[in-house]
Design a protein around this ligand. Structure first.
Ligand SMILES: Nc1ncnc2c1ncn2[C@@H]1O[C@H](COP(=O)(O)OP(=O)(O)OP(=O)(O)O)[C@@H](O)[C@H]1O
Ligand SMILES: O=c1ccn([C@@H]2O[C@H](COP(=O)(O)OP(=O)(O)O)[C@@H](O)[C@H]2O)c(=O)[nH]1
Length: 227
């Protein structure tokens, strides 16, 4: 069996983490884990952690580190036989240190996208709350306007995707992410990608990962070519 591969993707809101994670998961047969999706599942299932997390999310706050680690680390510990890509965790240095004590990461992708692009994308983002599926009226519109492609349920715009909220979310991201990015840089596993379009960044990420997970990429590219 080939070596297991563990990666994290970081970037400000709207930087394309979800979009790129889906492509990576498909191309390299990794499991895509998203902290936001995992929280939404817990909220929908009314778990103790979900109920607690909701009180923070509803106020536009980050869920406290100890709640996040208690929720996510056992999940990762269960995944001993899987290669995975984590999106949305760690977000703070305390979370990064907790993750560090659970597993060794192979690689961290950090997305660096201009502010104007982020603002534009977020204002055009529509989501299907139950599944976390994300659309954009220009980039990847739903097949039927205002409806999720799979369930046909209505799409919504998130409160915190309004222009006024975006500036403070971005500032907040920068403050918290900097020490995490510095930590991964010092470990020599950080790979930073800059640009305004996922389609342009994707080939670089694809070729980097092909060198890191060659055995998986060869099998998968024969069957599932992507742009
Ligand atoms: N690692 C984390 N630490 C603390 N809170 C988190 C974490 N991950 C998610 N959350 C909480 O869940 C909410 C939804 O997360 P999700 O990743 O879906 O969206 P987001 O980060 O706000 O926006 P975007 O998807 O645009 O980056 C966050 O706003 C935050 O309150
Ligand atoms: O090159 C791109 C990549 C993404 N998006 C859109 O930008 C928004 C934010 O992307 P995503 O949710 O993947 O970013 P995240 O917040 O997860 O980093 C979504 O509406 C995507 O459809 C876009 O318009 N162009």
């Amino acid at each position: 069996m080939s070596k297991l591969f563990r990666a994290v993707i970081m970037g400000p809101p709207g930087s394309g983490k979800g979009t790129i994670s889906e492509r990576i998961a498909q191309r390299f047969a990794l499991t895509h884990l998203s902290s936001g999706d995992f929280l939404r599942e817990n909220i929908a299932a009314n778990t103790e952690a979900g109920i607690l997390a909701k009180t923070y999310i509803d106020r536009g706050l980050l869920v406290p580190d100890h709640v996040m680690t208690r929720l996510l680390l056992p999940k990762l510990e269960e995944m001993t036989r899987h290669s995975w890509l984590m999106d949305g965790f760690p977000r703070t240095l305390a979370q990064a240190n907790a993750l560090n004590s659970t597993c060794d990461l192979d690689l961290v992708i950090s997305l660096n996208i201009p502010f104007e692009t982020l603002k534009e994308r977020l204002s055009e983002r529509w989501v299907h709350p139950a599944s976390g599926r994300v659309y954009n009226m220009g980039f990847n519109p739903p097949r039927i306007q205002g409806r999720d492609d799979i369930s046909g349920e209505p799409l919504i715009q998130r409160e915190d995707d309004q222009p006024e909220a975006i500036v403070s979310r971005l500032r907040h991201y920068k403050d918290l992410a900097k020490p995490v990015i510095d930590l991964y840089r010092s470990k020599g596993i950080l790979h930073k990608f800059s640009g305004t379009e996922t389609d342009r960044i994707w080939p670089y990420i694809n070729s980097l990962l092909s060198t890191k997970i060659p055995s998986i990429s060869q099998t998968v590219t024969q069957h599932a070519p992507l742009p």
